[in-house]
Structures are given as structure tokens and as C-alpha cells.
Ligand binder design. Sequence first.
Ligand code: ZN
Length: 338
Amino acid sequence: MRHSVFSCSLILLCLSFPAAAEWGPVEVIGRTIAPGEALRFPFIPDRSFEASFLNMPVFVARGSKAGPTLCLTAGVHGDELNGVEIARRAFTATDPKTLRGTLIALPAINAEGVRTGNRNLSDRRDLNRAFPGRSGGSVAAVIANAVFSNIVMLCDALVDLHTASNNRANLPQIRADLSDPEVKQLAIHFGIGIVVRGSGPDGSLRRETVKAGIPAIIYEAGQPLRFEEAEIDRGVQGARNVMAYLGMTGDPELETPDTRVYERSRWVRAGLGEGGFFFPTASLGDHVSAGDMLGIVVDPFTDAETEVVSPVTGEVIGMAVSQPVLSGFALFHVAWKD
Ligand SMILES: [Zn+2]
């Protein structure tokens, strides 16, 4: 929440929030949460047919001391379960009695998709192209508008939690608009060690949040439709690191983490007419050189075998799992510094 009192952390991120003397309860979508209290409640207590789309869980922890508001959002893509669990665990691990500021978690924004294992909404729209939304549009636009106007505008910083999509896996990484110094510092202080440049597509929660003047980043880790403990653990720790960086935990100031910042990335795809069964030989996190073989695609009907070769030198930050693929299918995501 942007107020008159101004406070700066040690590095670049400068936030304003009420001074200790003004610190009191916070109101979120009509609920009042007192200092030192944590509350979990539905977005709207309405049982109508349409309302179920908006009936996502809202978690708010109001710290006993003044500080900024961090928002953790997840389940914008309903099948990306690692993020849902990161938001839940990070919130549960936060004690409002010792917290400085406010933690708001929306762990399942596309709650219907989380229940049913679907990336998109029931009308097949991608919610992450609908922000900031509008009140009179499609279901996606209505949900986006409700989240953006009621929650996002309360945040001083936002971390949106995702995984790869559709039978692909991502190396744990942050994606961020590195042209914005506040966003870049937030990205580095998540502490995952890899930051990839990118401002995100139009209508994505992260891009529209940054456009609204609120620093926002994405944590991408693992595969959809499963819970992966290592990726979840690192995400929970990252949320904790961001809270420390924002001065919300009272932890000592963290060192600036060693981070590989990648300015460029590209997908290596199956060539024209080179569909078949994909068998990777490279793994997430491999550092590869231009010309290195990353895997093979075997045509099971002709027995023809095609090597998948990296056209660039970089690190494998995303890849398809072994599966049948067609021409143009994205197989490996390789990033490099420039
Ligand atoms: Zn996603």
C-alpha cells in the first residue's frame, strides 16, 4: 500500500508504507485483519453458479509491525501445482506476530483449473492473458479485474508462481523485466541463482503489474500436474528471501546472491518433417556449446533418426519430457548472457 511515509531498504528497492504509529488493521475485500492476525477466507462468500469462478482462497497475514505488502500469486494456470503449494507453505510458515508488513497469498487464482488439473478456464481462455481485466467482459476478464483491482493494487511487490506447461519442465528460474531496476533487484534477491530477461506477454499478471508501477517477477520451476519437493522447497525459500530483502522478517540483510543473468534465450525445435519419438540426452541445467547434441528424435515408422543440436552456447533452462513430437515442437530452451 502506497502511503506518505517513505522508507528505503539498503539497495534500490524503495517502498512507502504507514509508520509504526499509524499501523493498524488492514481491510481486504471487506474482511478486516488485525495486526498479528492471519486469516484464510474465500474471495466471495456466494454460492451462485457463476460465483464459483471467483471463489478462490485468499490468505492474509497482517504483521504486528509496520512494513510493505508482499503478494504471492499462484494457480493462474490451474495445472501448475508447484506454485500453489509454494504459496500455501510460504504463508503457513509466516508468523504474523513477528512479521513486519503484510503477506497476501492467492494460491489458486484459477481455482477451477486447480481442482480439475486444467491450465485454462472452463471457457478455454488463458487467464494469464486477461489482466488487468474488466468488469463487464468474459469470465477471464472478470476474474482478472477482481484480482487486479482488489488485491494487486494493495501490493508493494508481487511474485507470481508458475511451472512449465504441457509435458515440459523448467529449471528453477526467475523471469523478470530487467530494464526496471526495482524488478531486477527483486529478481536477484529471490536467490534462485538464475534470472532470465523477459517482460512477459501482454495481459499476463506479471507484465500488467509492472506496468501499474508495482515490481513483479515470475518464479518458474518444474512440470505441471505434479508436486516436486525440490522445486517447492526452493520456491518457499525464495519467498522467504524476498520477505527478508523487503525488511519483512527482521532477518539480517542478505548478501546479494550469486546470479547468472541471461539476457537472451531461444527454443530449439523439432525440424520440418522430423517428428517422431523424442529422447533427450541433455538435462536441465546442462551448459552446452553450439553444435552439441541435446537429444534424438526417432521416426518409429521409418526408423530414421535425427539429432537435436544446440545452435547456441548456453544453459538448458527448459525442456520437453520424452514424448512423441511433431515438426516445430519446442524441445529445449537454452539461455545465454549475450
Ligand atoms: Zn504458467
